[in-house]
Ligand binder design. Structure first.
Ligand code: ADP
Length: 546
């Protein structure tokens, strides 16, 4: 083989902040802080303070490969840790604070975290954790001295004191791009959480793909609102893509309610917002209840929705009331996370809104770098006809090959594909549509019914706030769908009205056998419907005629 003659520079996370600090030095990072006020700084500031973080950690004896945990909301200090920790060659371990305390403790032990950085909101959680997590050398509260509360955390360190004592002179070390950069545990709805260990190379490649026009289209002209938390798959890679592109970033801190999010969208002139459907639901309810006029008040052009399926009604609402295009995307912790993005093709020009929304219901096309296939139970490839649903498998340089410290696992098939656990169709244009998690599919008389399709059809009813569909046992058909509804406040929707509404919208034999009404639905720590708990709640439920 004839070797190319190009320079071999490692793809390192530190190069992203170096670039931003130099070429987008004045682009802003705006944060709503735990202490209360808004905070404004620039990529240049983040770059300088990340160097202080690296010096401070070196001073504390942190070595390359050490795991440094964070329990923190989206904000500038968290961003400094993203770059300071990974940049020096240590591993940033972002922990989801919404997990049960026992799970947080398990994760800290499993990852063998050396230091834990945390926000003011999590003092009570850390007081408990400090007793149990004996391997942690110190806990660092991400605030200044004036805001240090009275608390029972032995040897507590103060973030601003550490940074003040450290120099901002630091040369980012150059090392192998395959070195681990960050660690994120899946929420573990079944069994213990599992660690996905990203590398510098995978993170930089993923950023490039996310920035691309037919990826998420991130550029210096955008102001991004990161509603997706930095503890959820690195906020979908946006702190990295932001620095790569120079996009202005707005960080909401702990306030994710509809009113606070709307206020940030308005005050900071956000053009692109990213988050899971549950937070958008809160936003849309706030807009409806308060009679706001987002189209006139906001500059929002696009909303990226992923993590769960974006219902058609939600995309339509953003389009008509906000004038914003919903970019439906799919991925998972194991994929850094972006796999597919639903952008339009030239052939869709001239589509009516109705036709376009049908395209936008799909999770989109694979971005370059992600290979996809759908297969049957025996691993045989299924056709890309938009109808045949099968197991969705993926392969690519930002997709995991295994879980951290899980011995004896063989996650990939013979061709190196990872089974996502999702069931999907792929159409002739390459648009993938998730029909279910494999474990949530409703198997009715040997045929599969998609719970997601039914949920999205139900949520289109104006009286429905949220909908879930689970399989209920049935004597004749083995399983039949049970629809569980949360009504909007003040609404009096009945079972029969709901079922009538679904007529003609889904195949007749998919119509649920019954409807149950509840006050709220259980969610996982990442905001998804907690189907496992729902199935437990309805374990003794008997369908009419079942
Ligand atoms: P968790 O830790 O809960 O697994 P992830 O974000 O990794 O968190 O979850 C990934 C899963 O979320 C995917 O495998 C898929 O089932 C679901 N998911 C993500 N995006 C979408 C989407 N746009 N539509 C439907 N399901 C989605």
């Amino acid at each position: 083989m004839l070797q190319g003659l190009m320079q071999d520079r490692p793809l390192l996370i530190s190069s992203l902040i170096e670039h931003a600090a130099r070429f987008h030095s004045q682009a802003e990072i705006v944060s709503r802080t735990c202490e209360g006020p808004m905070h404004r700084c620039t990529y240049a500031d983040i770059g300088r303070r990340a160097k202080r973080v690296a010096n401070a950690l070196s001073g504390l004896g942190v070595a390359t490969g050490d795991r440094i945990a964070t329990l923190a909301w989206n904000g500038y200090r968290h961003m400094e840790l993203y770059y300071g920790v990974s940049g020096m060659g240590a591993v940033l371990h972002t922990i989801n604070p919404r997990l049960f305390p026992e799970q947080v403790e398990y994760i800290v032990r499993h990852a063998e975290d050396r230091f834990v950085f945390f926000d003011l909101s999590f003092v009570p959680l850390i007081e408990k954790l400090a007793q149990a997590a004996t391997g942690v050398r110190a806990f660092v509260l991400m605030t200044d001295r004036a805001h240090l509360p009275e608390c029972d955390i032995p040897g507590l360190l103060c973030y601003e004191d550490l940074l003040a004592a450290a120099s901002d002179e630091y040369e980012w070390p150059q090392f192998d791009e395959h070195t681990a950069s960050s660690l994120c545990y899946t929420s573990g709805t079944t069994g213990n959480p599992k660690g996905v260990l990203y590398s510098h190379r995978s993170s930089v490649l993923h950023s490039w793909a996310a920035c691309a026009a037919d990826g998420l289209g991130i550029g210096a002209a955008e102001t991004l609102l990161l509603v997706v938390p930095m503890f959820h798959v690195n906020a979908w890679g946006m702190p990295y893509a932001g620095a790569m592109s120079g996009a202005r970033l707005v960080m909401p801190g702990p306030a994710l309610d509809g009113r606070s999010v709307y206020e940030l969208l308005r005050a900071e002139k956000v053009t692109l917002a990213l988050g899971v459907p549950t937070v958008w639901l809160m936003l849309l309810q706030h807009v409806e209840a308060s009679g706001l006029r987002p189209k006139e008040e906001l500059c929002l052009r696009r909303v990226v929705i992923g993590g769960s399926s974006a219902p058609r009604a939600m995309s339509e609402c953003f389009e008509t009331q906000f004038g914003a295009f919903v970019v439906h995307a799919w991925g998972m912790t194991e994929m850094s996370p972006v796999g597919t993005v639903c952008n339009l093709l030239p052939k869709h020009q001239g589509y009516t809104l109705e036709q376009r929304l049908t395209v936008q219901e799909k999770q989109g096309r694979a971005i370059y770098g992600v290979e996809m296939k759908v297969v049957d139970d025996d691993g045989r490839r299924l056709p890309h006809d938009g109808r045949t649903a099968g197991h969705l498998l993926v392969r690519g340089p930002w997709i995991t090959s295994g879980y951290y410290r899980e011995a004896g696992q063989d996650l990939l098939d013979a061709d190196g594909f990872f089974d996502t656990g999702d069931v999907a169709t792929i159409d002739a244009d390459g648009y993938m549509q998730i029909t279910d998690r494999a474990k949530d599919v409703i198997k009715s008389g040997g045929e599969w019914i998609s719970s997601i399709t039914l949920e999205n059809a139900a949520i289109a009813h104006p009286a429905v706030a949220e909908a879930a569909v689970i399989a209920a046992a049935h004597d004749k058909w083995q399983e039949r769908p049970l629809l569980i509804i949360v009504r909007k406040p003040g609404q009096t929707l009945t079972r029969d009205e709901m079922l009538q509404f679904l007529q003609g919208k889904v195949a007749n034999w998919w119509i649920p056998d019954d409807v149950a009404f509840v006050h709220e639905l259980p969610h996982t720590a990442t905001g998804k419907l907690h189907k496992l708990r729902l199935r437990e709640m309805f374990r003794d439920y008997r369908l009419p005629g079942g």
